[in-house]
Design a protein around this ligand. Structure first.
Ligand code: ATP
Length: 480
């Protein structure tokens, strides 16, 4: 493009003009008396020119070092006389290029600039810093990018569900959840109560990690960026729409949406038993695990499942295929036009038992879910796929305390516990849990929230929910 010849700018604090030029997928900034540097276009938030002050601004995010978190930076200066007549068009072209490629052609909902966002901030999540994090870190990025924001601070437990159940359709491009996984669970269950649930689920959800576990954020952004609110804000601006499976959890004929995990046994006790320690951040899970390890209490439940595969090598192969060939292996989106507005009926009524495998031996825990991470350092489902219509189940046999300790804490951090022979890893269409002993108190955790441990069934609703994601698969840090 002709206007994208280099532009010359006197940057703040400098004596000589720097040249800014677009080279490939980056803006190159060359200062006469300082090393040149690149700003990758994918990191550019906005580029603008104010004619009255001849002032140019490039807003972008960058890391100081390879492993440091992202920071939001504004490069500002006065445009040289002679370049001013092209400055406005130059900035517009740079911004346009910075948002190019953020749509994926076969997903009809195009990612747009200036997104319209409903923002839910939970003042009580995690270490209680959600409001401050949003105002100081996230909001400036979104406003600079020209997003429109409708911000609500949740006032009580259940408030997120109420808002989501009445959310107007065709008004927001995404719902931002400045909290942890609990508020995401609420919003999805609010969508399920909406008068047009399928259409509500088509509104993308984007997490801003301000909770303690932040599993969804880890699954979308990876271990390095999963707790980085600047990276999460960039996902809000540039993330692609990713359709993901959710689970339909039925207990006493009541249906609840579970987007992440269900657990019984020691891992549920570890999660629910440390809820009052949210101020500790995710260190609470390690503390809780050690506490449960001291008790070594197996859980007495019957697990039955409609299996797809138990072949661990095959599941790794499927993961590799999905990662290496996302376009070939991604199932087509479910067209909201062709479907009814309602949620699908259950495919597996309680009477359906043919072809189900039943497992009654004592176990330390049963953990089922979608998405590799359940918390930082806890990659429980390393081979999980977002949209295969299946749920991954981990059933941990009873073993010696020492073996459980060494294989778990180390093995979960990098997912290698997957290969442990005491870990049965099942990929299923649906499963059921029936408590066998009524005297031992046991816990059921659904997306990290406590539920009564009475009989329940889980089956997958394929690709019902929509997320914003930098890539259209989970961020996979599992060595395969
Ligand atoms: N104003 C409020 N007062 C009390 N509770 C609230 C309020 N707003 C939301 N909640 C509740 O706070 C709970 C905890 O939030 P959330 O799960 O998002 O954070 P977290 O537990 O710190 O993080 P994570 O689930 O990732 O570990 C949610 O279940 C939600 O219902």
């Amino acid at each position: 493009m002709a206007v994208l010849r280099p532009i010359h700018v006197l940057l703040a604090g400098k004596q000589e003009y720097a040249s800014l030029s677009l080279e490939g997928t980056a803006l190159k900034v060359k200062n006469p008396k300082a090393p040149a540097f690149d700003i990758p276009l994918q990191c550019v938030v906005a580029s603008s020119f104010r004619e009255d002050h001849h002032h140019l601004e490039i807003a972008y995010v960058s890391r100081k070092k390879t492993n440091s978190p992202y920071a939001f930076i504004k490069l500002q200066g006065e445009v040289k006389d002679g370049d001013r007549e092209i400055a406005e068009e130059w900035c517009r072209a740079v911004t346009e290029k910075a948002y190019e490629g953020t749509s994926i052609s076969d997903y009809s909902l195009r990612v747009r600039q200036n997104r319209r966002l409903k923002v839910l901030v939970n003042p009580k999540s995690g270490t209680g810093k959600a409001v401050k994090t949003f105002v100081t870190t996230v909001e400036p990025i979104l406003r600079t990018a020209g997003c429109s924001l409708d911000v609500v601070h949740t006032k009580h437990s259940g408030h997120g569900r109420e808002i989501a159940s009445e959310i107007p359709l065709d008004t927001y491009d995404a719902v931002l959840i400045v909290s942890g996984d609990g508020l995401i669970h609420e919003v999805m269950n609010g969508f399920a109560l909406h008068s047009k649930p399928r259409k509500a689920f088509a509104i993308a959800i984007a997490p801003i990690p301000a909770g303690s576990g932040n599993a969804l954020s880890l699954n979308l952004l990876g271990l390095k960026d999963g707790f980085d609110c600047v990276a999460a804000a960039m996902n809000v601006l540039k993330g692609k729409l990713m359709n993901v499976d959710v689970c339909s959890f039925t207990q006493n004929e009541k249906r609840t949406i579970s987007f992440m995990t269900q657990s019984v046994g020691m891992l549920a006790d570890m999660d629910i038993g440390t809820d009052h320690l949210r101020w500790m951040g995710d260190a609470r899970f390690t503390w809780g695990f050690l506490r449960e390890l001291a008790k070594m209490k197996p859980c007495a439940v019957e697990l039955s499942y409609k299996v797809e595969t138990v072949d661990k090598k095959k599941m790794v192969e499927d993961l590799r295929e999905r990662r290496d060939h996302p376009d070939k292996t991604r199932p087509p989106p479910i067209s909201s036009e062709a479907e009814s507005d309602d949620l699908p009926l259950l495919r597996y009524p309680a009477t359906d038992t043919a072809g189900w495998t039943v497992h009654k031996e004592p176990m330390m825990y049963v953990y089922a879910g979608k998405g590799p991470y359940v918390a930082r350092d806890y990659m429980t489902f390393p081979v999980s796929l977002p949209d295969d219509g299946l749920i991954d189940i981990v059933a941990r046999g009873v073993s010696a305390r020492k073996e459980l300790l060494t294989s778990s804490l180390d093995g979960w951090a990098n997912g290698q516990a997957y290969w442990n022979e005491n870990v049965q890893y099942i990929r299923a269409h649906a499963y059921r849990i029936k408590p066998l002993a009524t005297k031992t108190k046991s816990t059921l955790a659904l997306d990290g929230e406590e539920f009564p441990l009475v009989e329940f069934q889980v089956e997958v609703i394929p690709r019902l929910a929509t997320l914003l994601s930098p890539q259209d698969h989970y961020a996979i840090d599992f060595k395969i």
